[in-house]
Design a protein around this ligand. Structure first.
Ligand SMILES: CC(C)(COP(=O)(O)OP(=O)(O)OC[C@H]1O[C@@H](n2cnc3c(N)ncnc32)[C@H](O)[C@@H]1OP(=O)(O)O)[C@@H](O)C(=O)NCCC(=O)NCCS
Length: 175
């Protein structure tokens, strides 16, 4: 898959992206905003393992955010299971060197319609840690609404945080 956005290109991860993934992903600041599966330090082995999983089976859609031919971030959609199977989560990160240019917002805006077409979902949601206003702003600019605050739901780096849940509903989805 290849999606051109105003600021970047979203495309399937390739094994040759591993060095740039390890370079741009290796950031305590990024890891602090993500679930614990996002490693710090981010080694080349971690990058190869991620790309293998991202491009293998699993019912998800994980894409690299590419700028000037280099993978500088990632964005993905993962449907939940069990009774939550009509909901998917969206997540993303971008190298600190490329921020503040609308790249993440463009990526989210571009992936939302793709997610609703590709998966049989009614909801696309993102759980943002309460100390991450930049990500909340990205979601608001991309048309997500702040639905709930899960108080003290997050334990990250020895700190208790709230989780702020943002959602977009499938077009035409009613009660
Ligand atoms: C969140 C992230 C993807 C944003 O990437 P980006 O390309 O810089 O985002 P955009 O430029 O599209 O938009 C960022 C918005 O946040 C705003 N912002 C940035 N820092 C902010 C802060 N500390 N407080 C409030 N708003 C902030 C920017 O001003 C901008 O809003 P604006 O267009 O109204 O001015 C990037 O910061 C990142 O990768 N962070 C670490 C990983 C992460 O947080 N992932 C999401 C986990 S839920």
């Amino acid at each position: 898959m290849r999606i051109t956005t105003p600021g970047a290109v979203l495309l399937d991860w390739r094994p040759e992206d591993a060095p740039s993934l390890a370079r741009h992903g290796d950031s305590p600041g990024i890891a602090a905003t993500m679930r614990d599966g996002f490693p710090v330090p981010y080694t080349l082995e971690d990058a190869h393992a991620f790309i293998g999983a991202a491009t293998g089976p699993g019912g998800h859609l994980y894409l690299a955010i590419e700028l000037d031919g280099e993978a500088v971030g990632g964005i993905g959609v993962r449907p939940l299971g069990d009774v939550y199977c009509r909901t998917a989560e969206i997540g993303y990160w971008l190298s600190a060197s490329c921020r503040g240019r609308g790249i993440a917002t463009d990526a989210v805006r571009a992936l939302v319609p793709v997610a609703f077409r590709r998966f049989e979902i009614l909801r696309l949601q993102a759980g943002v840690f309460s100390n991450n206003p930049a990500s909340m702003r990205v979601l608001e600019k991309a048309g997500f609404v702040r639905e709930a605050v899960h108080e003290r739901a997050i334990w990250k780096n020895g700190q208790v945080l709230d989780e702020v849940l943002y959602v977009r509903f499938a077009p035409g989805a009613g009660p």
